[in-house]
Design a protein. Structure first.
Length: 240
C-alpha cells in the first residue's frame, strides 16, 4: 500500500477521522472516516470516505431507518422494519454491502483505531472518493472543501436534489429524473438496466464498467466530479 507523507508533520497519514458532529440531514451524530485503499479494482487507488452514524452500527441503522442521517432520501435505503428476522431494511437495493466496509469501519472507529486528521493533509495529492458509503450532503461543505483543496481529483454522488453540482454527480434513478437535473444544469450518474437505455447524446457509459470493457479505473477517469470536469456529458452504468 502506498503511503502519504504529510508536509507539515512528516507523518505517514493514510487513515483518520475528518469530521465528527451533527448530520446536516437530521442533526444526529455522525463521523466521517477517510481510509486510503487500493483494494477496489474498479476505483483503483483512492482515499475512501465512510459517512456513518457514530452511535448506531450501519446494519442496525439500516434496519431501524436511522441511516436517514447519512443517506437522506435515497430510495435505495429500503424500508425500516421491526421484523426480528430481518438483518437490514426491507427491499434495500443499495450496492454497498453493510456488513463489509461500513461495519468494519464502524467497529474500528469504536476501537479507537482512527485519530482525527487534517482533511487537507490526508487528501493532498490523492484521488478522493466522496461517500464510499453515505451521502456527502450529510457533511458540512467546509470539510469536503478542505479535503479536496490539494487533492489530485475526486468522484462524488448525491441523492439529495440540488446538492453541490459543482462537486458531485446528481444520482438519477430514472430517465425522467435525469432530464430534470440536466435542465437545471447538473450532470448525473444514472443506473440503467440495459445499455440500450443510455441516451448517447447526453450520457456516456462508465469507462470502468464491465460493459465498457473496464478500460480504466475511477482513479484515472475522473469523469464523476460534477461540473468540475470539462466533460459535457453525464455518466451511466448498468446495474449488476
Amino acid at each position: 500500500m502506498k503511503k502519504h507523507i504529510g508536509k507539515r508533520t512528516g507523518e505517514t497519514i493514510w487513515k483518520g477521522v475528518i469530521y465528527r458532529g451533527p448530520s446536516l440531514l437530521d442533526g444526529a451524530p455522525i463521523v466521517v472516516v477517510a481510509v486510503y485503499s487500493e483494494r477496489n479494482k474498479k476505483t483503483g487507488g483512492m482515499l475512501q470516505t465512510y459517512i456513518i452514524r457514530e452511535d448506531v452500527n450501519p446494519v442496525e441503522a439500516s434496519k431501524t431507518g436511522e441511516d436517514f442521517s447519512i443517506c437522506g432520501t435515497c430510495v435505495h435505503r429500503g424500508t425500516a422494519t421491526a421484523d426480528p428476522a430481518a438483518k437490514q431494511a426491507k427491499k434495500r437495493t443499495c450496492y454497498v454491502v453493510l456488513g463489509q466496509g461500513p461495519l468494519t469501519v464502524f467497529r474500528a472507529y469504536h476501537r479507537g483505531l482512527y485519530a482525527p486528521v487534517d482533511p487537507a493533509a490526508i487528501g493532498r495529492g490523492r484521488m478522493v472518493r466522496l461517500g464510499t458509503y453515505g451521502d456527502p450532503a450529510a457533511v458540512p461543505s467546509h470539510v469536503w472543501d478542505a479535503l479536496l483543496s490539494e487533492a489530485a481529483g475526486w468522484t462524488g454522488y448525491s441523492h439529495q436534489s440540488g446538492y453541490r453540482p459543482d462537486m458531485v454527480m446528481q444520482s438519477a434513478d430514472t430517465y425522467g429524473q435525469a432530464l430534470i437535473f440536466w435542465q437545471a444544469g447538473a450532470r448525473t450518474f444514472r443506473v440503467v438496466q440495459n445499455v440500450s437505455e443510455i441516451d448517447p447524446s447526453r450520457e456516456v457509459m462508465c469507462p470502468a464498467s464491465k460493459e465498457a470493457g473496464k478500460r480504466t479505473t475511477c482513479e484515472a477517469c475522473k469523469l464523476c466530479a460534477g461540473l468540475a470536469t470539462r466533460s459535457p456529458k453525464s455518466v451511466a452504468i448498468v446495474q449488476h
